[in-house]
Design a protein around this ligand. Structure first.
Ligand SMILES: NC(=O)c1ccc[n+]([C@@H]2O[C@H](COP(=O)([O-])OP(=O)(O)OC[C@H]3O[C@@H](n4cnc5c(N)ncnc54)[C@H](OP(=O)(O)O)[C@@H]3O)[C@@H](O)[C@H]2O)c1
Length: 402
């Protein structure tokens, strides 16, 4: 099927992928989708899913055709994801494609959700439309574009991306009195973009006790930072903020923490265990936190997914990251390596576990005496990319593909 795609077909599909990117951070739990309509080699319409609840890419591209005064009858539509056949927040795209008289549809990737799974392409074929599914690089790019959506659809859990920053000597915590940062400003700007693109951010209570973080997505101050065109980064301060999640089995989150003082920016969910003191739980609830009871990471992830959260950005620290790793929950890791050597073990004050090697972690973990995870947890990445971000090196490693 895909063998019949020409170089021009693939170029149009790549353009549709570019368009799809423009919805990043705005459409979850829906997928990112882009569409291009081409007649006689000429692009006559383009569209993408821009905001949750608004037009799907196919309808947006057809609307663009109409606005340009172009007739899509007999044209080819390139779309990054199989068109939907069900009514959700929007009517089915298949109907719009059939009504518009599109003659051929080239699809970047399948939609693994139960209500889709090939129904749209079948209905198009039944309606006399030629349908082709891409293979190769463009198909891979179309699948990678929607990893959170795909994992959520296939497993009922959010995609987990672990972010870490470390020094050349493998340290992830800073000694008291030093600069609070390991990575450079450009890397930190990127982290804010990733936060803005995530449905939820998670840390362990050790990180909250040590750093008292805000965990909001904030707009970078430096003008040198160039967000991708259409990026939602500019909306950092006023746009959609991720849910902030603290894994805190004993409900130790301080009532005067920055997290609880900034609930108007975004809600805070505290994942606790049965062991948590009822009085502490009541105090956290009174302070405005939401409480989730989950003994295991797996259960917490399933619960987050039920809330339509498709992506979780795990910001550490090392103890929680190791626990996620041990439960096989990490899909992707993004690690910054800064050209810095710290060369000492002491961590900053604040009560968090400061261990920067597994030995140190188990010696200091938890601040509340929780054991560090044990046993082999080694995972080898399926793929990895290396790039320079300011003075840092960023390694992105993908462990699973959905
Ligand atoms: N370099 C980086 O990228 C980076 C990122 C984040 C943090 N840090 C640094 O890391 C240090 C904190 O490290 P940390 O390891 O203590 O922090 P952490 O991993 O954020 O928190 C650890 C705590 O999480 C709680 N927890 C809840 N559920 C858990 C589970 N299922 N498994 C394991 N733990 C669970 C445990 O306390 P309970 O048993 O009481 O629940 C545990 O002690 C800070 O100095 C911070 O600055 C560095």
């Amino acid at each position: 099927m895909a063998a019949s795609l020409t170089t021009a077909d693939l170029a149009h599909l790549r353009r549709a992928l570019e368009l799809a990117e423009l919805g990043r951070g705005r459409v979850s739990p829906n997928p990112l989708v882009g569409a291009v309509v081409v007649r006689d080699g000429e692009v006559i319409g383009e569209g993408y899913h821009a905001e949750l609840g608004e037009l799907h890419a196919e309808r947006a591209a057809l609307k663009d055709c109409a606005e340009r005064g172009e007739d899509p009858r007999g044209a080819t539509m390139y779309v990054t994801l199989e068109p939907c056949a069900h009514t959700g927040r929007q009517p089915p795209c298949v109907e719009a494609i059939l009504e518009a008289g599109i003659g051929r549809v080239v699809i970047g990737s399948d939609d693994p959700s139960e209500k889709a799974s090939g129904r749209g392409p079948r209905m198009l074929r039944d309606g006399g439309v030629e349908v082709e599914l891409a293979a190769g690089e463009e198909a891979t790019a179309a699948r990678l574009l929607n990893q959170p959506f795909r994992k959520h659809a296939r497993t009922g859990q959010p995609l987990v991306t672990l972010k870490m920053a470390m020094t050349l000597d493998g340290r992830t915590t800073i000694p008291e009195g030093d600069s609070p940062w390991i990575s450079g400003p450009e890397s930190r700007d990127l982290v804010h973009r990733w936060r803005a693109e995530s449905d939820a951010i998670a840390v362990g209570i050790g990180t909250v006790l040590a750093d008292d973080p805000l965990l909001t997505a904030r707009r970078p101050a430096r003008s040198s930072f160039a967000p991708q065109s259409g990026s939602n980064l500019d909306r950092g301060a006023e746009g959609r903020q991720p849910l902030r999640v603290v894994f805190d089995r004993q409900a130790r989150l301080p009532l005067d923490s920055q997290l609880l003082r900034t609930l108007d920016a975004s809600p805070v969910l505290v994942v606790v265990s049965q062991a948590a003191d009822q009085g502490r739980l009541a105090a956290l609830r009174d302070a405005g936190a939401e409480i989730l009871l989950a003994e295991e990471i797996d259960g917490a992830l399933t619960d987050l997914s039920r809330r339509s959260l498709t992506s979780l950005f795990l910001e550490g620290g090392r103890t929680l990251a190791s626990a996620f790793l041990a439960s096989g929950a990490i899909d992707e890791a993004r690690t910054f390596i800064a050209p810095v050597i710290l060369g000492q073990i002491a961590s900053r004050a604040g009560g968090g576990a400061g261990g920067t090697t597994p030995e140190e972690a188990s010696a200091t973990a938890g601040g509340g005496g929780s054991p560090a995870p044990t046993g082999p947890a080694r995972q080898v990445a399926l793929s990895r990319e290396v790039e320079e971000i300011g003075n840092d090196v960023l390694i992105t490693a993908r462990f699973k593909e959905w």
